[in-house]
Every structure is written in structure tokens, then in C-alpha cells.
Design a protein around this ligand. Sequence first.
Ligand SMILES: [Zn+2]
Length: 140
Amino acid sequence: MDVFSPKKRSEVMSRIRGKNTKPEMIVRHYLHAHGLRYRLHAKKLRGRPDVVLPRHRAVVFVHGCFWHQHSRCKYAARPSTNATFWQEKLSGNVERDARTVAELENEGWRVFTIWECALQESDLQALLQGILGQTANGKR
Ligand SMILES: [Zn+2]
């Protein structure tokens, strides 16, 4: 059996799939509140990062734990029905994510990933410091 009921599963999926899912909004509001200016879903960039900070040469992906298979995360549990289908589908997502990160990094972007389950203040602080830290480039 799936860990979620069919109704819950489709709820979870549609929430994860949407463009303006809540976790993304939380990340954006946080960065904005700290004076960072960003662009959204830059279509020209590989993988369409959720947040793009051109000035900091940084991109942020806000990943759903299920679709992107957050490792050791309870929300990443694979459905046991249609196991082969999900195995291929989800492994494909993970491989695509890895290629996306490698390609963006090749183009000189710093890539940050935030997981939906890890949206504590401390994670957001770490993200902010990560984005700002390297921009300062030894100046502090
Ligand atoms: Zn997770």
C-alpha cells in the first residue's frame, strides 16, 4: 500500500507540482525581507530554478521531497503500488536533478537546494548566508 491514501496522494502531488507552492513563497519572502532581489522561474536556465539571484550568481531550487527523492526523508517514501513505474520515474528525476546542477555549475552558477521538509528558520538563515557569504568573496 501507498503510505498516503489516493486522495492524500493527489493532494500532495498537486501541491508539489504547482508553480507557487507555499514553501517557495516562504523562501522568496525570506530572501526578499533580507534585501535580496530575485527573478522567478527563469525559463532560459537549465532546470528552471525557483529563485534566481543574478547579482549573486546564485540559483535556488525548492524541492519537494517526494518528486526529488530527498535522501533519508520520510516524505520521500516510494509508493509500493506500481513500484517499477515509480522506481523509474523517481530515479529519472534524481538523475535529471544531478545533471541540472552540474550544468548550472559549469555555467558559473552557485546552486542551492532547499527541501520542503526543512523549512526551519535555521535552514533559511543558512541559505541566506550561503548566498551572501561567497558573494563577499573574502571581504569579511
Ligand atoms: Zn525531505
